[in-house]
Design a protein around this ligand. Structure first.
Ligand code: ATP
Ligand code: MG
Length: 452
């Protein structure tokens, strides 16, 4: 009995049978969900709301988020950022030092412990990292440093909405750079700029770095990374040619990174709060104008000695003088990205995950009915072959009609399917990429395609 194979898990040999996985797919469109990603995440059982703006991540959603997290980490590590972990609960004291305890306002969730100490659930970590840094590093010799962690944040948003896109508890990568001079800090900034471009590229997204407000600090060193999606929250206006900047050509040395940021800044790109029609027409040829929508998925910010000064975080410089370190902070909304990718990729009523973050590499869909299980036997054989090659494969064992199965997979969005039905021959199977025509291929060819 092949159903048993799921439970015969002799050390990772369990067969991933769709009918046995905890993927609570629902038929009905959730009434509270206004946008596609929110609807789809609820329908496919990726998340479940526990209270307003607070969600549990169920196995399917969690697996996707972890794949995104891994890519984010790899690109941070590639530029020399070091991973660490700070707690979610912080002491109010450090926020009083920086002056933000009062400024942050009602978005901060304030807590007191049994000794009546003022605590808070961290909405961000500038204070905490500055406190760690100042008590550990005293000399310029240990600079530069870039530290990051990926941790839950809480912001008591006035109107949590759109599921995990704008929620209250969310998972964020936040990095912090420490440099001796502004010049060095700009190099750290540019490295991060590069890491962000690479990260979003690997996630299969088109991202635009957009100059953002720097507030009272001034300068132009703040960018929001916005990805294109028709349903995005912010309207964007840009020069199409920004997508031709050859990200992969830049090297990691200072001058190449500087050139990269310059090359990007040549192209007009603004959100609607800064949009002026006459500027758009002046700076961008009509044929290159792109007016669309986007979702902010990352934000990088240079703020000099804003926190190091107020929190007295200095190092001894070469000449022995105390110097406040120059800092920047760099966020990526890891949990928001799950929804953002859905918004960016959903077309023709179908979901298709980029292979880099897809919950499974491929799904085998045999036509099965009560009287004839021969396709299931074939499918199981294919399953084992693919597994041996290290391919993450799911087997849809449901005794359902094939049209219903396809409908389900248009929701789940696993990018590749192997269909074992009437068309299958002894050694050729129907192989299909979502939204493309299927082809009859033998297993070796299928493995080759999946390994690419
Ligand atoms: P927004 O303008 O959307 O509120 P922000 O400026 O407050 O964003 P940052 O403080 O720069 O955001 O946070 C870094 C990243 O964290 C954002 O780019 C976004 O991807 C993510 N993020 C921020 N707030 C939320 C939220 N409420 N829910 C989910 N992700 C969020
Ligand atoms: Mg905000």
């Amino acid at each position: 009995n092949w159903k048993k194979t799921f439970y015969q898990y002799k050390y990772s040999k369990a067969v991933m049978l769709l009918s046995k996985l905890f993927i609570p797919i629902t038929k009905d469109l959730p009434a509270e969900a206004k946008i596609k990603s929110h609807q789809l995440m609820l329908r496919t059982g990726m998340i479940r709301q526990s209270s307003a703006g607070i969600y549990s991540w169920l196995p399917l959603g969690f697996k996707i988020m972890k794949k995104i997290e891994k890519i984010v980490k790899e690109e941070q590590n590639n530029i020399g950022a070091q991973e660490m972990l700070m707690p979610t609960i912080q002491s109010a004291d450090i926020w009083k030092e920086s002056g933000r305890y009062d400024d942050y306002g009602e978005e901060m969730l304030r807590i007191s412990d049994r000794q009546n100490r003022e605590m808070l659930y961290g909405p961000t970590n500038e204070e905490q990292i500055t406190e760690i840094f100042r008590s550990s590093i005293k000399s310029y010799k240990l600079l530069p440093q870039i530290l990051y962690h990926i941790q839950w944040k809480f912001r008591d948003e006035l109107r949590p909405r759109f599921g995990v896109m704008r929620c209250r508890e969310f998972y964020m990568k936040d990095a912090y750079s420490f440099d001796l001079s502004e010049n060095d800090a700009i190099l750290s900034y540019n490295k991060m700029f590069y890491a962000y471009l690479k990260t979003f590229q690997r996630l299969g997204l088109k991202s635009i770095p957009m100059k953002a407000e720097t507030g009272p600090i001034g300068g132009d060193l703040s960018h929001e990374f916005v990805i294109l999606a028709d349903t995005g929250e912010s309207k964007i206006y840009t020069d199409k040619r920004i997508f031709n900047v050859p990200i992969d050509k830049y090297k990691s040395d200072e001058s190449s990174l500087k050139k990269m940021r310059n090359d990007f800044s040549k192209f007009y790109a603004v959100t609607d709060n800064k949009f002026k029609a006459e500027d758009f027409d002046k700076n961008v040829r009509k044929s290159d104008q792109l007016q669309t929508k986007g979702i902010e998925v990352g934000h990088i910010f240079y703020f000099g000695d804003k926190y190091s000064k107020s929190m007295n975080c200095s190092v001894d410089s070469r000449d022995g003088k105390k110097t406040f370190v120059k800092m920047g902070s760099y966020g990526i909304g890891v949990s928001r990205l799950v929804a953002a990718i859905i918004e960016a990729k959903y077309v023709n009523e179908k979901m298709k995950w980029p292979i880099s973050v897809s919950p499974f590499d491929v799904v085998i869909i045999p036509a099965v009915n009560k009287n004839d299980k021969s396709n299931m036997t074939k499918a199981l054989k294919i399953y084992k072959e693919l597994k041996k090659k290290g391919i993450d494969v799911l087997l849809d064992d449901a005794e359902d009609n094939i049209a219903n199965k396809f409908k389900k997979h248009d929701l789940l969005g696993i990018p590749f399917q192997i269909i074992v039905g009437s068309k299958a021959t002894k050694d050729k199977f129907e192989f299909k990429e979502i939204d493309k025509k299927s082809q009859m291929l033998n297993l070796n060819k299928i493995i080759k395609l999946l390994k690419n």
